[in-house]
Write a protein that binds this ligand. Structure first.
Ligand SMILES: *[C@@H]1O[C@H](CO)[C@@H](O)[C@H](O)[C@H]1NC(C)=O
Ligand SMILES: *[C@@H]1O[C@H](CO)[C@@H](O)[C@H](O)[C@H]1NC(C)=O
Length: 197
């Protein structure tokens, strides 16, 4: 019996037990604390390419009648330009009407690169795109994904690389050709990181 354990609970054990009891009581009393079960038997198991950290981040997304699981894989290869070293990517996996449970890589950014500013030269190798993913709440909310290891290598001759990070925002319909690159930490010649308002 728990109350007659051979080695007495001691003052610390007693306190822990009281705390557990208190937590239990709180759980019973707070009406919002409802338990639920995770359905493990009819789970949908989406698999990504190996060694890509597929699943590091994810959001559930809906647009019109379409339901998607959007998944980050921050060390994935980029299908649009294989010579960028493991830049990471995000994938969309359709929920429903997808018997093979397949996922498709979303193509963000221009394969041959794009200018990022007067004193900016991008390095996309190992940028960890897809490390974070978020979706605006509500209908038609857009999706944003970031790669915190994107670097500005403009000053590489006399300074270190500047790991400023990059984000891409895309509309709710996931038309990546309408995606926009955001580099919130690049401010011309200064490298002050300004949080979005
Ligand atoms: C792929 O990216 C590399 C590095 O940014 C660039 O030098 C090269 O031109 C790109 N290739 C294509 C086909 O866009
Ligand atoms: C969301 O998008 C759909 C299709 O583009 C459009 O018909 C609908 O009005 C939009 N809803 C809102 C709240 O903007």
């Amino acid at each position: 019996m728990a109350g007659e354990a051979r080695r007495g609970p001691g003052p610390r054990g007693g306190a822990v037990r009281e705390l557990l009891l208190l937590l239990l009581l709180l759980c019973l009393r707070v009406p919002s604390g409802r338990p639920y079960n995770v359905d493990t038997e009819s789970a949908l198991l989406y698999r990504g390419p190996p060694n890509t950290l597929f699943g590091y981040s994810l959001v559930l997304h809906g647009h019109g009648a379409n339901r998607w699981l959007v998944v980050g894989a921050p060390t994935a290869r980029w299908l649009a330009n294989a010579s960028v070293v493991n830049p990471g990517a995000i994938y969309r996996c359709r929920i429903g009407g997808n018997p093979g449970l397949t996922c498709e890589q979303l193509q963000l950014g221009s394969p041959n690169g794009e200018p990022c500013g007067k004193t900016c030269l991008e390095e996309r190798d190992n940028q960890w795109l897809g490390v974070t993913l978020s979706r605006q709440p509500g209908e038609n909310g857009s999706i944003v994904t970031c790669g915190h290891r994107w670097k500005n290598i403009f000053y590489i001759k006399n300074e270190n690389k500047l790991p400023m990070g990059v984000c891409y925002g895309m509309p709710s319909d996931l038309r990546t050709e309408l995606s926009k690159r955001i580099a919130p930490c690049y401010q011309g010649s200064s490298s002050i990181c300004r949080a979005s308002t």
